[in-house]
Design a binder for this molecule. Structure first.
Ligand SMILES: *[C@@H]1O[C@H](CO)[C@@H](O)[C@H](O)[C@H]1NC(C)=O
Ligand SMILES: *[C@@H]1O[C@H](CO)[C@@H](O)[C@H](O)[C@H]1NC(C)=O
Ligand SMILES: *[C@@H]1O[C@H](CO)[C@@H](O)[C@H](O)[C@H]1NC(C)=O
Length: 326
């Protein structure tokens, strides 16, 4: 009896000790793994405090846009924008672009990857800008690609672009929400969201985007850098390779590259319709700029069109809606 009890006590003690060692070991292991993971993350996300007016971001280590994109190149890309027949003579300039870009470079805008990727992203972004502001359709010399930044606003609005059902960004009396800017903004809710993004009251003052080229570029860069919906990639993400397609994406033929930037920005207005002119003209601008920048159109990257991609955000109601509804 006595010995039995003693044995039981010894056994229990042993078991408890074993359990303690097991649990302790696991906890230690988890802790070590945790620190290791944090360390890995830290080394991957190296923070830089030197270099151009940028600190506390991993992108600050890299070149800025001004290192590879100079005034003469801007003039070259948008050579006809100040010709007498253009519609925004004297509006767009290099300095406005650089000033606006300074806000987004610390977030990775044209500062991600090596120099080639940086230049490709610049050409991709400007490809959208150029094609959306070109007036070179029809008979103009040089074709559409030579006429980027010809407009800064929509000339004859077909409607008032006021969605009265939107309560978050209700239309302001007297304000008009036709297309304006470098990647034109349409509709009250898009002006509201872009205004929040660049900290300007665009809902009350949509006209800012045709009065101030810095703001026009800022709104376009904000659009490029910002996902339209939570859990979706931005145009920037799909272009520079930050985005990994899910199985659903792959099934919908959405893959990283220039094509997916059109998908993010315009959805089923441009994508999933085959090789339509509206898509081809955007690609032409992108490639024209790649050539002019000395990168060369052979470096357009994979998946450069979206002819067969299903839209990230199919548009159900407004066929004219150029941007997001969120
Ligand atoms: C900075 O540039 C280098 C190559 O020049 C590149 O490998 C690196 O990924 C870039 N950093 C970031 C944060 O993109
Ligand atoms: C244009 O907008 C920028 C950014 O808000 C501002 O700094 C600048 O002063 C504005 N320019 C003019 C001429 O109002
Ligand atoms: C994938 O697609 C299917 C069918 O369209 C849909 O039901 C499902 O919710 C999607 N899954 C994700 C994670 O989006």
């Amino acid at each position: 009896m006595k010995r039995k009890t003693r044995n039981r006590i010894i056994l229990t003690t042993l078991l408890v000790a074993a359990a303690a060692i097991l649990i302790g070991g696991t906890v230690a292991l988890i802790l070590t793994a945790g620190t290791w993971k944090v360390k890995m993350q830290e080394s991957r996300e190296k923070v830089c405090d030197k270099g151009w007016e940028c600190s506390g971001s991993k992108y600050c280590c890299n070149d800025t846009i001004t290192d590879f994109f100079k005034v003469y190149q801007f003039e070259n890309l948008f050579a006809k924008r100040n010709s007498p027949v253009a519609h925004a003579v004297g509006f767009w300039d290099y300095q406005a672009f650089i000033t606006a870009a300074a806000l987004f470079e610390p977030l990775g805008f044209c500062t991600t990857g090596g120099k080639q990727m940086q230049m490709m992203e610049l050409c991709a972004f400007l490809g959208h800008v150029g094609s959306k502001t070109s007036c070179g359709y029809g008979v103009a010399t040089g074709g559409p690609t030579a006429w980027g930044l010809c407009y800064n606003h929509e000339m004859s609005p077909k409607e008032d672009y006021c969605d009265k059902t939107n309560l978050q960004y209700p239309c302001v009396e007297g304000a008009e929400y036709y297309g304006r800017g470098a990647i034109p903004v349409f509709w009250n809710y898009n002006y509201g969201a872009a205004g929040d993004g660049i900290h300007e009251d665009l809902l009350h003052h949509p006209e800012y985007l045709e009065q101030n080229a810095t703001m026009a570029f800022m709104a376009a860069m904000w659009r490029w850098m910002t996902p339209m919906k939570k859990k979706q990639p931005s145009a920037h993400d799909v272009f520079v390779g930050n985005w990994k397609p899910t199985k659903n994406d792959t099934l919908a033929k959405r893959l990283p590259g220039f094509g997916a930037t059109m998908n993010v920005l315009y959805g089923d207005q441009i994508c999933g319709k085959g090789y339509i002119d509206d898509m081809n003209v955007i690609i032409s601008h992108y490639q024209y700029y790649l050539d002019l920048m000395g990168v060369g159109r052979e470096h357009s990257g994979d998946n450069r069109d979206c002819a067969e991609q299903a839209a990230f955000n199919p548009s159900y109601k407004k066929p004219d809606d150029q941007q997001q509804q969120s």
